[in-house]
Design a protein around this ligand. Sequence first.
Ligand code: 13P
Ligand code: 13P
Ligand code: MG
Ligand code: MG
Length: 373
Amino acid sequence: MPTKTTVSVIKCDVGSLVGHHIAPKVLLNLAEKRLAEAQGKGLINSHYVFNAGDDLELLMVHQRGEENPQIHKLAWGIFLEASEKAKKLKLYGAGQDLLKTAFSGNVRGMGPGCAEMEFEERAADPIVIFAADKASASAFNFPLYRIFADPSNTAGLVIDPEMAGGFKFEVLDAKQNMTVVLKCPEELYELVALIGTTERYTLSRVWRAKDDLICGATSTSRLSLIAGKYVGKDDPVSIVRSQHGLPAVGEILVPFMHSYFVEGWMRGSHWGPIMPVGLKDSQCTVFDGPPRMVSIGFQICDGAIACDDEGKPMIADLFNDPAFEMARKEAMEYAAALRRMGEFEPARLPAEALEYTTLPQVVEKLKGRFKKI
Ligand code: 13P
Ligand code: 13P
Ligand code: MG
Ligand code: MG
């Protein structure tokens, strides 16, 4: 059996520079240093540190499999150390996503978000990572549906015989804590029925149906369900595998030619338009947004990220391109339209979605003043 390669993206808001704007360079540098040490010791083979707004993103490529305690411990340790540094600097929300203290081998259920994918390397394996800020766990439901299930998005579904059997989708029901696997195109309508309900269902994994080849993995943690109150938004990450019988990189990116709406934005309590941006614009400003999405791409090579002659991982900053200018402009137009609505729905999320915010306290305060009619 050939050794399998694992791509792990583990992320956490450990504290940020000026409100919820960005994870500052000092924290990225600290993470970079620790991951370089881990690579030197042979724990991981490759790494890349970046930020999605105020979220610190650790990309690690290794051969230890998914949910590996050493890999998770490495990430958890870095988040703890970075949040200590953030506390010392009195950065905003230092340690925001570190919701539990007793680490027992896995970051799941503790606050950090985690997407992982283990696979046997193909002759060439292009990987695309997406990371969002100011967005809920289901922010990838819509684009992943477009990429893997919609023939008007992905030409390969129509003209590549390798994809003719369609794809299988794992959907997580956050309310019941249960998953279901649906096969498309046969169960396309059922899939949309579920994942269109973004506050409850999250598209968590995708496989090619004919051979169960893994090709999509998304983080699913819902911070409010872990904390029992609002502590910040989930800001999920997703890993997508591409080409040669899977959607082409261009088919993976084309859903982002237009903006679309996600739950999140200011105080995690508003519908906001996704703005795809290059890493240099990975920062939230207007009304703590608009919700940003960054995307990086790379080739997998012998259990690592393909590197340049100096041994530096070759990373493509995929949204750093004029092709996404239209989506960015749309995002600002949608943002302006929603902000004109102030705190009236549908700009603000419906009350049920705000169950874990401070809104119930406002209602509670007025309780005794309501009179029967
Ligand atoms: P593959 O079938 O090798 O992925 O190539 C398809 C392509 O060229 C996409 O534009
Ligand atoms: P984050 O989840 O990105 O920390 O944002 C929290 C928030 O309340 C922004 O207004
Ligand atoms: Mg924050
Ligand atoms: Mg964030």
